[in-house]
Ligand binder design. Structure first.
Ligand code: AMP
Length: 440
């Protein structure tokens, strides 16, 4: 099946093609026709399955093909609720990307930051709101956000929202949306509590489900190396040279990082190319082709550039940087261990990336094995284990809220379930290695 056959309008098809998507994922194939038909959905799907596009594409199609009556101020027509600000930002980015050929205004609302810029956006009117429940409810109570004419409501990662204690806020928000709205509820798991909520808020829903993305990860052997920031290039080189590998994808967070790592490896005698969105499309395609044919055994890529790339037989995924968005980790390592094959995913984690590693372990509900690289001792800086938080504290932390004051600024602090390795426990002194030209 193609996106064309799903009946999506031209501006969306163009944007999807530019994202590099060729065929809908199973959850998209299963959900999109029902969403287009106006049905409520109860979807079991984890992140990494393409679930965002499964609701974003048909919602955007509806907004484009059913323009509102002309009015001096935009009204909010779609509301998406997410458990964390990271997911809210990611979902809003997806709406912006898929809807780039239509002029939609999108507000992403989450706590832990000054609310004034969010209010300024809302004053001018927005078509789509992507929000965490606490901050949205605050802004609704203050009279800035209005969802009483929202035609589409999405609850994304509903089980996580319930786990974080958002249920009361969610009920209050839903009570202020219209009865006639279309509601889509997505959840990785379907406990009784979610079924009860679904019974309350969905009308005659169609159930769609796909195999969880973590099942793909079961065939991936994951490990993490704790290294000092300045040792990362040398540690990567050491790892690559001492490992039997075939096609290898190395991920960096930034485009400059991808170029620098590729140049460093090439100079050190490891054939490598880089892939990021600053490169011309034709150059990107060329690199992908060379990688697929085996001519180029290693590619250093950013998350964005790797999106939509359907490359099989990647033996190793290396996270040179620990991704700041936990879901990107699942997506990255999903590049290996496909179709029953086994794969290897390793991450290089420097002390300041530890909190991102914890967020990843929480998302995948799994502790990643700590491995050691001969010649590299563990970082000297120790970082204590964060105190376990109660439900409401972790909920507010996930939303970016200071528990003492919802609207004030605070930094996030993620709680991790189960015992976690800490750099303090790992101890040891770092052997100083020669600084490389691009040590950060
Ligand atoms: P999600 O499950 O929504 O977090 O999506 C996981 C990843 O799959 C994201 O990086 C998307 O860009 C990518 N993606 C979504 N739909 C497709 C598709 N049809 N083809 C290729 N990649 C996709």
């Amino acid at each position: 099946m193609t996106f064309d056959e799903l009946g999506l309008c031209e501006p969306i098809l163009r944007a999807v093609a530019e994202e590099g998507y060729t065929t809908p994922t199973p959850i998209q194939e299963a959900a999109i026709p029902h969403v287009l038909a106006g049905k409520d959905i109860l979807g079991t799907a984890q992140t990494g399955t393409g679930k965002t596009a499964a609701f974003a594409l048909p919602i955007l199609h509806h907004l484009i093909t059913n323009p509102p009556q002309p009015s001096p101020r935009r009204r909010t027509r779609a509301l998406i609720l997410t458990p964390t600000r990271e997911l809210a930002i990611q979902v809003a980015e997806s709406f912006a990307n898929y809807g780039k050929y239509a002029q939609f205004k999108i507000a992403v609302l989450y706590g832990g930051v000054n609310q004034n810029p969010q209010i300024t956006l809302l004053i001018h009117g927005v078509d789509i709101i992507v929000a965490t429940p606490g901050r949205l409810l605050d802004l609704m109570d203050q009279g800035w956000a209005d969802v009483k004419r929202a035609e589409k409501l999405v609850l994304d990662e509903a089980d996580n929202m319930l786990d974080m204690g958002f249920i009361a806020d969610i009920r209050k928000i839903i009570a202020r949306t219209p009865q006639w709205r279309q509601t889509l509820l997505f959840s990785a798991t379907m406990p009784q509590e979610i079924r009860r909520l679904a019974n309350e808020i969905l009308t005659d829903p169609v159930e769609v489900s796909v195999a969880p993305v973590s099942s793909a990860a079961d065939t991936v052997e994951q490990s993490v190396y704790f290294v000092n920031a300045e040792d990362k290039p040398a540690a990567l080189l050491e790892y690559l040279q001492s490992t039997q590998r075939e096609r290898t994808l190395v991920f960096t967070r930034t485009k400059q990082g991808a170029d620098r790592v590729a140049q460093y490896l090439t100079r050190a005698g490891v054939r490598a190319g880089s892939l990021h969105s600053d490169k011309m499309q034709s150059v990107r395609l060329q690199i992908v082709e060379r990688f697929k044919s085996g001519e180029l055994p290693l590619v250093v890529a950013t998350d964005i550039a790797a999106r939509g790339l359907d490359i099989d037989n990647v033996s190793h995924v290396v996270n040179y940087d620990v991704p700041h968005v936990a879901e990107n980790y699942v997506h990255r390592i999903g590049r290996t261990g496909r179709a029953g094959a086994t794969g290897v995913a390793v991450s290089f984690c420097e002390p300041r990336e530890l909190r991102h590693l914890r967020a990843i372990q929480r998302l995948i509900r799994q502790e990643i094995r700590v491995a050691e690289l001969p010649g590299f001792t563990k970082p000297v800086r120790s970082e204590g284990r964060p105190a376990r938080q109660n439900r409401s504290t972790s909920r507010k932390a996930a939303e970016g809220q200071n528990p003492a004051n919802r609207s004030s600024s605070s930094s996030t602090n993620t709680a991790v379930a189960g015992p976690q390795p800490t750099l303090g426990q790992l101890g040891g002194r770092s052997r100083r290695r020669k600084r490389t030209p691009f040590a950060r």
